[in-house]
Write a protein of this length. Structure first.
Length: 240
């Protein structure tokens, strides 16, 4: 869970919808994860989505064509530069889209923001999102969770996606999840497959719990940081 306070003065109800970021490398299934959450939550919550692509609105068009939400609730930002720039360094375009959605749909409960596909270093600014999910997938290799990075280590939730593909790509999901848990110092990890109902229930429950914390003024956005500590620094400094 993201950090939250337990002081009485922090329990004020928050009117603004929860802003939840979803980031991770290219091809890990960020859009599919957002589509899944929209299908699971749209009967309970009022939802909207902001996608980020460098030159196109491909992800927004995918979500609209999937019919997971009314088309106008899915907006696109074309970053025109490295994807992490628009979610961390200059968040103005994304903030404008989120605020416009909040004006257009005053009943919003949750806005999902999808990062453009980047590498292991991309994270959202806490000025843009209240909590963030980092997505890996088994097809990216069983060792990727051990490679670290700010999202893997310190995002509010790490999702190891597409676990049903593991037999086809020679990945030990149990070991990959164990590596992810070891890297995260107690922060939550969910191994997800659209064919595994228990894993879907787990991520839906996590989102609802985070939203409840946000509603009650308990959620404090935590910045994973732009860089992770390099545990190997200095190891070979005296070899030459």
């Amino acid at each position: 869970m993201p950090e939250h306070h337990h002081h009485d003065h922090a329990h004020a109800h928050v009117e603004r919808p929860l802003r939840l970021g979803v980031c991770g490398p290219v091809g890990t299934g960020k859009s599919s994860l957002i589509a899944l959450l929209c299908r699971e939550l749209s009967e309970r919550l009022s939802l909207a989505v902001v996608t980020n692509d460098i030159y196109t609105d491909e992800d927004a068009r995918f979500l609209r064509s999937a019919g997971v939400l009314a088309a106008d609730r899915i907006r696109a930002v074309e970053t025109g530069a490295c994807p992490h720039t628009a979610i961390r360094d200059d968040i103005s375009a994304n903030l404008l889209e989120v605020e416009e959605l909040e004006r257009d749909y005053p009943d919003l409960d949750l806005v999902l923001l999808e990062s453009g596909g980047d590498n292991l270093t991309a994270t959202f600014s806490p000025a843009l999102v209240d909590a963030q999910v980092f997505v890996l997938d088994v097809a990216g290799g069983g060792d990727v969770a051990r490679k670290g990075g700010p999202g893997i280590e310190r995002a509010d939730l790490l999702v190891v996606n597409k676990t049903d593909l593991a037999p086809y790509v020679g990945v030990d999901v149990v070991q990959m999840k164990a590596d992810a848990v070891a890297a995260r110092d107690g922060r939550p990890v969910i191994a997800l497959s659209r064919t595994d109902r228990a894993s879907i229930d787990a991520i839906v429950a996590w989102v609802l719990e985070v939203r409840s914390s946000h509603q009650h003024g308990l959620l404090v956005p935590v910045d994973p940081g732009p860089m992770a500590a390099h545990s190997h620094a200095g190891e070979h400094a005296h070899e030459h």
